[in-house]
Design a protein. Structure first.
Ligand SMILES: O=C(O)c1ccccc1N[C@@H]1O[C@H](COP(=O)(O)O)[C@@H](O)[C@H]1O
Length: 223
């Protein structure tokens, strides 16, 4: 079976970290964005990160963070990757990557063909790109809105670095999303919650099972 990696984002409680690791996810995401229902303080994130077993990569999600915030986070929280989910420019992505020496994943919102060139631009400077649904105008959050985009827009496309699919994924639709896009990594936040900010262990497990089923399906040649 070919592996498809899963990131569970927006963990706020130690039991979420345990459920994420036990289900077999590869990445655990912590949101540092006060407007989000999934926001964690630096000290909370530190406690959660220390709960994570070896093999579960810890990702810090920030939105237009300045160096002071990044310094504070990275001095206290043992992270493996930064996720930049705001309007960070290509130059700022490169600057953060050089300054902190940590892999950087840049989120890019997609709603139409016009959004695709940015994936190429960021793909040249980031370690990974996160192909997410573009947040609607006026939305309080730049991500984590449970909205999917038209996956046909990226079917068969490839970029200069590894990429992850996000946006409105759920246990019910992730198999179709993988089949349509060929994604080898997927990211989910609201689709595995019982309410905003509260992860549901059964839904996390169902999501990982659906991804595993999809991986099996793509590795079996069709007759
Ligand atoms: O999850 C949040 O609260 C959040 C806040 C600010 C920026 C990004 C956020 N989440 C990321 O958005 C995508 C998609 O989330 P969803 O599955 O559609 O709810 C995902 O990458 C989260 O990491």
């Amino acid at each position: 079976m070919s592996e498809i990696r899963v990131k569970i984002c927006g963990l706020t409680r130690p039991e979420d970290v345990v459920a994420t690791a036990e289900a077999g996810a590869s990445y655990a995401g912590f949101v540092f964005f006060p407007k989000s229902p999934r926001h964690v303080s630096v000290s909370q994130a530190r406690e959660l990160a220390l709960t994570a077993p070896v093999g579960l990569a810890k990702v810090g999600l920030v939105v237009n963070a300045d160096d002071a915030l990044l310094d504070e986070i990275l001095e206290q929280v043992p992270l493996d990757m930064l996720q930049l989910h705001g309007r960070e420019s290509v130059d700022r992505v490169a600057e953060i990557r050089a300054r902190y020496g940590l892999p950087v994943m840049k989120a890019v919102g997609v709603a139409s063909e016009a959004d695709l060139p940015a994936l190429l631009d960021y793909g040249k400077v980031a370690d990974q790109i996160l192909v997410d649904a573009k947040a609607p105008k006026g939305a309080a959050l730049p991500g984590g809105n449970g909205l999917a985009f038209d996956w046909r827009l990226i079917a068969g496309r490839r970029w200069p670095c590894p990429w992850m699919l996000a946006g409105g994924l759920t246990p019910a639709n992730v198999g179709q999303a993988i089949a349509m896009t060929g994604a080898r990594q997927v990211d989910v936040s609201s689709g595995i919650e019982s309410e905003p900010g509260v992860k549901d262990a059964a839904r996390i497990s169902a999501f990982l099972q659906a991804v595993s089923d999809a991986a099996e399906a793509v590795s079996v040649p069709r007759l």
